[in-house]
Design a binder for this molecule. Sequence first.
Ligand code: HAM
Length: 423
Amino acid sequence: MSISIPRGTQDILPGEVEKWQLIEAKARELCEKYQYKEIRTPIFEHTDLFSRGVGDSTDIVQKEMYTFEDRGKRSLTLRPEGTAAVVRSYVEKKMFGLPNQPVKLYYMGPMFRYERPQAGRFRQFVQFGIEALGSNDPAIDAEVISLAMNLYKEMGLKKLKLIINSLGDKESRNAHREALVNHFKPRIGEFCHDCQNRLEKNPLRILDCKVDREHELMRIAPSILEFLNDYSKNYFEKLQKYLTQLDIPFEVDANLVRGLDYYNHTAFEIMSDSEGFGAITTLCGGGRYNGLAEEIGGPETPGIGFALSIERFIAALNAEGIELEINESIDCYLAALGEEAKDYTVVLLQELRRAGFSAERDYLDRKIKGQFKAADRLKAKFVAVLGDEELKNNKINVKNMSSGEQVEIDLATFIKQFKELQE
Ligand code: HAM
């Protein structure tokens, strides 16, 4: 019996992988401009990091983690997200002591969640994310949001919707929490088992419940925005002012609750507004997580970031019908006639590649016609033909495949002259 790919994962093959590379390259380019530096953390971490960091009452921790015991009986978990690990590293490597503050980091790599697979939802997916640690300035919240928006825009996406909310500081959230408990408690029996547990542990999570989404109490639940104290209100207003200055349109949605527990103040999501996108419209999510560093044993540190998956990025591009420009051609195909000529192309091929050209030759002992067909399939810009006869005379024939022009050049100066043909 053949073995198939695990559910919720995918192979990204040549033809498709080029899109990933373009997005990844653009993300790195923007991070360079915005001065976020790459960090690479392990694929697995101690399970405690996520139960404490992401939060015990979240779906991610309760239902979606790939947790296993290693041979030393430690509980480890394949990372479901990147923020907790980045903050763990920030604390462990004492990055709060670095001269350059705030510390601005980005990451790109696979994350794992045991979710029900559907379009846009995978069990292994690749996140690109950034985290800015050490600043309490709402201008950096605006910077983080603008990096995500610019990445989408620079890849051609137009139908984007930015939704923001404030979850306030601890004081505001405590007041809101109490109001939520009072609101839901009398009728909590009508809610799902998970919500009943959430009531005392983390009533805000009730608002994020997929099962009870339509319950009438949801719509009229007390809004966090009514409970923001002056500091939180002012912070949120500043963020909105900066976004307006940056020409980034947004909507405030008081019901935006993120699926992770560490958020306070700014929370945001970028959605695709494209008709063809399907049920899951969130492309990117992020927010502020002051307090997370303390939660995992570090000093009090403000932080903000976002993550987006490349899978949903590509789905959004497809939904908007955007074709990325992919370079599919090669510079030179080396065709050979005769045994000696074939031997010779082994070295010639290497010389071309060393000189910076993409180049290919035949490895299937094809006739010359077959070699030209292969060159066509590879969209070769030039085909250089070497026969035993030419070899004897130290010559090689080079054909420009778009103009049909042919020139004979000296083998000894092939690379130099091939370079000149490009001009
Ligand atoms: P999140 O909302 O859980 O936040 O995930 C962020 C993004 O990852 C989503 O908007 C979506 O694009 C993508 N994503 C999540 N789950 C899947 C999945 N199963 N399949 C495909 N894509 C998925 C976080 O992970 C936070 N760490 C974001 C953050 C960074 N907050 C502050 N800093």
